[in-house]
Design a protein. Structure first.
Length: 168
């Protein structure tokens, strides 16, 4: 996560819940690609066929509210989402995203200002979001190094495995 993230913005409103991110009828699998094929289809039926790997979700307040399913950030990753920028996140989604290695950034001013299709660059270790389409930029508090390492390693389980192997 120490490298810059660049992608096109897909903008959503407030209160996007986990059942919208990945509807419950698809929770019969934990395969990221299968979940990604149905990601956001309740809001945008064409999402999975038009979303490009490396694009960025930008949303309003309370992104990821609803159930505590880890499938929601996994579905976003399976769809190719590079990261999520939101005005705020539901607490359980926030933690689940970190646990599965999905970069997320809480930046209310950026979330309110970015438009669909804008090209965005995130300098995660600096705590900076740049809209290269408009020239605007915003700061956010970057994650501490250990959380950046955890996300960069692919989430909690791969990070713990790596830590245990390093001790052996």
């Amino acid at each position: 996560m120490r490298e810059n993230i660049r992608g096109k913005a897909w903008v959503f409103a407030n209160d996007v819940d986990t059942d919208v991110i990945i509807p419950a009828r698809y929770l019969v699998t934990d395969n990221p690609e299968e979940l990604g094929a149905h990601c956001m289809e309740g809001i945008d039926p064409d999402f999975s066929s038009t979303f490009t790997r490396g694009d960025i979700i930008v949303a309003g307040e309370n992104f990821g509210c609803g159930s505590s399913r880890e499938h929601a950030p996994v579905a976003l990753m399976g769809a190719g989402c590079a990261c999520v920028i939101a005005a705020s996140f539901a607490r359980i989604f926030y933690r689940n995203s970190i646990n599965v290695g999905l970069p997320i950034f809480e930046a209310p001013d950026a979330a309110r200002s970015i438009s669909r299709g804008d090209e965005i660059e995130i300098r995660s270790s600096e705590g900076r979001i740049i809209n290269t389409t408009t020239g605007e930029s915003w700061n956010f508090p970057p994650f501490p190094d250990f959380l950046q390492d955890l996300i960069e390693s692919g989430g909690l389980i791969p990070w713990v495995r790596s830590e245990l192997e390093g001790r052996g």
